[in-house]
Design a protein around this ligand. Structure first.
Ligand code: ADP
Ligand code: MG
Ligand code: MG
Length: 358
């Protein structure tokens, strides 16, 4: 009996004796395989879509196709890693109850899980910024949400309040300090809401998952090659992409780090993000958006802290954990990062201002 990967390959016209497959990459959401075809100098990436996270994977297929067509028509030289349709024409064939997508493997590329040089932050911010720039005239309302409410801070705040109201007393006690911090920072929600509907703070087509592992670098030159992982390409605010870069690039350690002394902002990485992003988006952002550049980091870090805390209070139903208190530690970690943001606010804003006016 052929394996599921073999069955998927057959949908693309490759028989099991023609192909080799291996697990690939370090993505946490989907299962990724590298597929090599004998006798052809071609390699493909095959991914099964995680349907716990993406309830309707065909939304992803449609969004990626629309954006791919737009970019091909308007910017034919742009390297966009879209899905390859199966022989049947399906963009995501259903095999053994799971949706699969094939894309071309980008040769001589490498993805990183952590950053070791501010240049990587610059390159990634430039690439994510370029995608937004090229899509700045694309109508974002054509895109359907692959995860409804993904970066909706109001929803995340409501979910936190509900989890708090329903949580076991023991959990509430253990998290009391973090609950207080979450509540006392609700001004971030209010601040966002005061801008949310402004025509100068428009919805745009955003990537929504700008962590460094979603960027391919050239193995030889270390330049940013292209953006990958387009599962969450949908309408949103620019703060989503820029803020998640700030959240995940400026600190040397991830949200899983339990030693809070290690959680601080590397100003040179922040500067690299700003320079790379504004190199592309500086001419696109409205004045209102420019005023919200620093806010984007606060927004994303606060939202992520809320999400970890909510999951902790709900009994860890969403984020995988390797020990019982992990979601609480992640919450403490993100609130530490948030407080770093506030305490370095002046210097960070001066970096933004310098870049905007250079
Ligand atoms: P996930 O949604 O699980 O994060 P990704 O789409 O980010 O999955 O893919 C996981 C990893 O596979 C990436 O970090 C990268 O290392 C590798 N990868 C994905 N697509 C390609 C591609 N087209 N070419 C080369 N490597 C890729
Ligand atoms: Mg990824
Ligand atoms: Mg993904």
């Amino acid at each position: 009996m052929s394996s599921t990967v073999e069955k998927v390959a057959e949908k693309y016209g490759y028989s099991p004796d023609q192909i080799q497959s291996q697990k690939f990459g370090t993505g946490h959401i989907n299962s990724t395989y590298l597929l090599s075809v004998d006798g052809e100098d071609k390699k493909f990436i095959l991914q099964s879509i995680n349907q716990n996270v993406f309830k309707d994977p065909l939304i992803i297929a449609q969004n990626v196709r629309l954006v791919g067509e737009y970019l091909k028509k308007n910017y034919p030289e742009y390297l966009f890693v879209g899905s390859i349709p199966a022989l049947s024409g399906e963009e995501m064939p259903l095999v053994d109850g799971v949706y699969w997508r094939m894309s071309r493997f980008i040769p001589n590329s490498v993805a990183y899980d952590t950053l070791s040089d501010p240049k990587q932050a610059f390159e990634a911010a430039e690439q994510f910024g370029r995608l937004s720039k090229l899509l700045s005239r694309f109508d974002p309302s054509l895109l359907r949400p692959s995860i409804p409410g993904f970066h909706d801070l109001n929803l995340r705040y409501d979910q936190f309040k509900e989890a708090h109201a329903n949580a076991e007393e023991g959990l509430k006690l253990k998290a009391s300090h973090q609950i207080e911090t979450a509540l006392s920072h609700s001004f971030i929600v209010d601040f966002f809401n005061s801008y949310k509907n402004s025509p100068d703070f428009p919805d745009r087509a955003m990537h929504h998952d700008t962590k460094i592992s979603n960027m391919l670098f050239d193995k030889t030159t270390n330049e940013g090659l292209c953006v990958i992982d387009l599962d969450t390409l949908m309408a949103g605010k620019f703060i989503s992409d820029l803020g998640d870069m700030m959240r995940t690039y400026v600190c040397a350690f991830s949200e899983n780090e339990a030693d809070m002394d290690k959680i601080f902002i590397r100003v040179e990485y922040f500067e690299a993000i700003i320079n790379g992003y504004l190199k592309e988006m500086g001419s696109i952002l409205t004045n209102t958006e420019k005023d919200l550049i620093l806010f984007s980091g606060k927004y994303l870090i606060y939202m992520q802290a809320l999400r970890f805390l909510t999951d902790y209070l709900n009994g860890n139903v969403y984020y995988p954990i390797s020990y019982p208190e992990q979601n609480l530690v992640r919450t403490v970690n993100q609130f530490k990062l948030l407080s770093e943001f506030f305490s370095k606010e002046k210097i960070l804003q001066s970096i933004v201002d310098k870049c905007l006016h250079s």
